[in-house]
Design a protein around this ligand. Sequence first.
Ligand code: HEC
Length: 240
Amino acid sequence: MRCLRVACLTFLLIVPLGCTKRSNLNPPLSSKVYGAQIVLVSGDKQAAGVGSKLADPVVVQVNGADGSALAGALVSFHGEGLVLTPAEALSDASGQVSVSVQLGGIPGGYELVADAPKAGGGSTTINVREIALGYQEKVGKEVSYKYCTTCHDPESTPERVSNLDNLTPPLPHQFTDGNTLNSMSDADLIKVIADGGPALGKSPQTPAYRNTLTQAQIKAVVAYIRAVADPPYQPPATKH
Ligand code: HEC
């Protein structure tokens, strides 16, 4: 009798809950296969304005122990401050899952973590870094795309052909190249942008932008260079 009552109660409690859940959410996904490793295909190190959606999705791939792509593996995404759509999905026929990323409202680096359960328990994970640009940094990105990337980015896009192949060494660095640019002070960056390469004993191929850009635009480019630096830029400790 007691048993029956418990059963009835459980039935009454669970059924309505179950119904509302089912109507709002898709049934939980479960992994059909277990991978050995999750790898990044594309979409890391993108920079976009705070709160905006990244131009490209992040794509990851689940591989089996022999390195071949696995279809039907469950991949979950999380990341503090990020809106990730979908939050989880099964890998497609090429072993891949793609997630769209909306950045949080605070400028700085964000970390997306993708994980897939492993056969013996535990999971394989990969961390992906993305960058949210504050207002000044975003202005800097726009200036940089308009005036600088033609020489400073080796990749050509449909809108812009890279000019890098036409330059004679020493060649310019990508603005993400923290190993080179982090060691330059803000003052030196501003000087080379405003006055051109020779101002710092560098190649005359880097033009002087003193008459093209305002001081505010030049400072914005510097803020952008600092924001996208990889490894990240650490400002020098302020002297007391
Ligand atoms: C016509 C090609 C060209 C354009 C356009 C150009 N640069 Fe350069 N830049 C160079 C070259 C070449 C160097 C390398 C100079 C050297 O190492 O002697 C350089 C060097 C630099 C450096 C020093 C660090 C490095 O990469 O070696 C900075 C900073 C820089 N440029 C900023 C800018 C900014 C900001 C813009 C746009 C506002 C810009 N440049 C546009 C060619 C260009």
